[in-house]
Ligand binder design. Sequence first.
Ligand SMILES: [Zn+2]
Length: 282
Amino acid sequence: MRYGCHLSIKNGYLQAAKTAKKLNIQAFQYFPKNPRSLSIKTFDVHDAAECASFCKAHNIVSVAHAAYPTNLTVHDPKQQLTMMQSIWNELTIAEACGSLGLVLHFGKFSGEDTLQTYRNSLQCIHAICSQWNGKAKLLIENDAGGTSGFGSTFEESVTIRNLSQHQDKIGFCLDTCHLFSSGVWDGNNHATWDKASKKDVWETYKNHVHVVHVNDSMYPSGSGKDRHANVGKGHIGLDSLQSFLTHFNPLVVPFILETPYSKTGEKEQELHTLSQLIQRSQ
Ligand SMILES: [Zn+2]
């Protein structure tokens, strides 16, 4: 089963992969560069290559996560270029590390016009993909909702992918906390997207999910708040997470925790909880 958690690269990419091995997990996520900045990183190519071969040898999959200020919806051409350069840099690192892809959010659109949000995002994605020939995919993550949370619904993500000329380079990353806080999922049942009218969209979406972020939520469904809680310690709860995970096969799609830890040993404990959850869900 491929499950794991987010790991630090403070001692390099290879070291992160070795930590995954030590934790006995077969999947991990990492920030390829400083997560708080869009600045370009000159990375250690040798270290990245070693990470790639270590992961291959030990059957570990890795996923990169884009920097927080990344925003695909920006309108200003200068800002768009800064975004694109940052994403190309991250994709290049992800590729060198042998990662599946780069997880990224649409980002908050500051305007009112939803159509403009679509246009800007498409333009940005198109520009990135036209000059990207690597295997690492762009993995668009569902949004937690809130004030201008574009991309919280399956429809929005699927539409963006459908309208793109580079569909083979685009996949999705589904975050359970975001799905819950956006109100798309209330934790009890999946009726909202199992309805006949929406079933096709859900099926299309599901087929292109390459990573699942397994997070509980500190706030109730519909709150629009992106605050992750440890699994079973939030408003979603273990039973709902378990029934949700039945939609995905962890042999194919890695399940990754993005949850907070305050004490040593908590990470190992939560990974154990996740592995039990997965076993019960399959
Ligand atoms: Zn996430």
